[in-house]
Design a protein around this ligand. Structure first.
Ligand code: ATP
Length: 220
């Protein structure tokens, strides 16, 4: 489904990704592990075109998306939940879901606002609250749910647990497990324990390079 081939990404002159290659098959859940500054976010941002790769190639379902604009990449079926979540603070939970709606031609929709509120009672209870007034964990649930409104085939989650209390981390883990049934997922994390629990495979990034790749079983 996704082939990232030897990409190099820069911030100005700073060479953040120095030849990253990763692959995901349809239906897999894979984690990118690494410390602060290893290049996890930059890898996801390069896939969605926010920080386009200067060299290398990114293929999604065989199509070259390396030079496409972010909105064009989103419309291929790739959803991103960024590290800072970016919920629309002055819109309600329900409105956040509604404005994100985009269904690609030829796709049978799986999700709707009603289904999301049905499956995630926590969001249903908050449906009319402004997103800016939610806790970090509630905003994270909303950000993931909002990404589903575009019916993604591939979902990228950037450090979904960052700054969240252990009880919320459990809920995010359960959410990932439920989505794994129908969606291909690439998420980033700094905790090997979370990765082993919720991903089949992991790549370990260090200083902008993949230094190890293994199944969760082997990593254990
Ligand atoms: P974190 O958990 O801190 O987000 P990360 O593994 O996601 O870590 P990246 O954010 O991808 O790492 O950062 C990779 C490298 O690129 C780091 O050296 C970082 O300092 C640098 N970098 C990231 N964003 C920028 C930016 N906007 N401008 C310049 N350098 C940046």
């Amino acid at each position: 489904m996704l082939q990232v081939k030897d990409i190099h990404t820069y911030y100005g002159e700073s060479h953040a990704l120095q030849g990253v290659s990763i692959e995901l098959k349809a239906g897999e859940t894979v984690c990118l592990l690494g410390r602060n500054g290893a290049g996890k976010s930059t890898t996801l941002k390069s896939i969605v075109g926010w920080t386009p790769a200067r060299q290398g190639q990114i293929l999604f379902k065989g199509k070259d998306i390396t030079r496409l604009a972010p909105y064009q990449i989103a419309r291929q079926g790739i959803g991103l939940v960024p590290e800072d979540r970016r919920v629309f603070a002055s819109l309600t939970v329900k409105e956040n879901l509604e404005v994100a709606r985009y269904v690609r031609t030829g796709v049978t929709p799986k999700w709707s606002v009603e289904r999301i509120l049905d499956e995630y009672p926590m969001l249903a209870e908050l449906a009319n609250r402004d997103a800016g007034n939610l806790s970090g964990g509630q905003q994270q649930m909303l950000a993931v749910a909002r990404s589903l409104m575009c019916e993604p085939e591939l979902l990228l989650l950037d450090e979904p647990n960052e700054g969240l209390a252990p009880v919320i981390v459990k809920q995010i883990g359960a959410l990932i497990d439920a989505l794994r049934e129908t969606t291909t997922i690439l998420f980033t994390d700094q905790s090997v324990h979370f990765a082993l629990q919720h991903a089949e495979r992991a790549y370990i990034l260090e200083k902008g390079r993949v230094v190890h790749s293994a199944t969760s079983q082997d990593l254990k």
